[in-house]
Design a protein around this ligand. Sequence first.
Ligand SMILES: C[S@@+](CC[C@H](N)C(=O)[O-])C[C@H]1O[C@@H](n2cnc3c(N)ncnc32)[C@H](O)[C@@H]1O
Length: 395
Amino acid sequence: MRYAHAPREVVLDIGPVAHGGHCVARLDELVVFVRHALPGERVRARITEERKGYLRADAIEILQPSPDRVPAPCRYAHPGGCGGCDFQHATPAAQRDLKADVVREQLARLGGLPGVDVTVEELPGGPLGWRTRVQYAVDQHGYPGFHPARSHEVIPIGECLIATPAIRKAPVTGRQWRGVDAVEVVSSSAGELSVLTRLGRGRPRVVSGPARVHESAAGHTWELPAEAFWQVHPESAGTLAAAVLEFLAPQPGERAFDLYGGSGLFSVPLAEAVGITGSVTLVEADPAGTAGAAKLLDGLPQVHVVTGRVERVLEGLGEADIVVLDPPRAGAGAAVIEEIVATGARAVAYVACDPAALARDVRTFRSYRWELAGLRAFDCFPMTHHVECVALFRP
Ligand SMILES: C[S@@+](CC[C@H](N)C(=O)[O-])C[C@H]1O[C@@H](n2cnc3c(N)ncnc32)[C@H](O)[C@@H]1O
């Protein structure tokens, strides 16, 4: 429930960070999730929402600041402003520590695995200017913008500082886009810039720039439909591919599955490693994703592409030696993990963009007596609370 009366202001002592871009404080017996604060601070906060058993609040005045606090570089990163960046008010090193705390806490509470050693590794390039795909919502007058936290409202945005310079210069914001729900800008590693519009659940329409863009990672170049999934930080694709390969240590002749494989970011290096006597089966639901794999995979006959949903097709694929999965935010879920376990794989690399979903799936792996044998975490989304993990599981 949104706060029904005049918003209440309270003084709070801020406790630890919690998953979702906020910290935990207490008001009498109630838990309060506070945005725009940092652990150890004393703040004046405005209650923004009352729920059964807990409150939400925004820090509006910092009475005792944390040594990790810095002025937010973005003018939209304030209470009631853009909800995209949760941690602009913390140093980049402190942001990574906060994310490490969250991964550790989620693994302990949801995964039943306390005391896991977690370090969030920095990617090159700094905290601003990294985002290569930006999707703007459109307000009722047609102006592109972003949503505040936990709101469907759209705040028109002039310039998003975490976007690449090419996206910031693109003539997209500050003008009206009639008859569309969203405008998306893609800046590829080859320097292409494409603008797409979205209406409902229909296919996006490319309104300027190329319909296919080129992305390079792990020594290869992909030609993808502009709307296809690609990692949004320019260093993510190569970093994640290297971490997956290191964990799985694929051997010539092995059978590999690349589940939720997109355009084959992991299939291509896996195929090289298992060679012509091995095989890689890429499973991806979005035809735009598998279309992005097509050209590269021409030269790799050991890769088989299955366009379909993992939960529907995995059972029919038989056995594997190694598996990589990179599911969307909801995670793989118990049924898919059961199928992965049934492949008889010797090792599974799990790429996870939500530590809560990862932790729930950790619990499922452990129920089959599989162990979490390795974990790396990367700051693929600086300034936000998001973090990417790569976990290694072994039976
Ligand atoms: C996080 S992306 C990873 C893509 C790829 N591994 C990469 O890093 O470029 C997740 C992918 O899973 C696909 N996907 C979502 N749900 C799926 C499902 N149930 N079965 C198969 N693919 C799915 C999405 O289309 C998306 O391409």
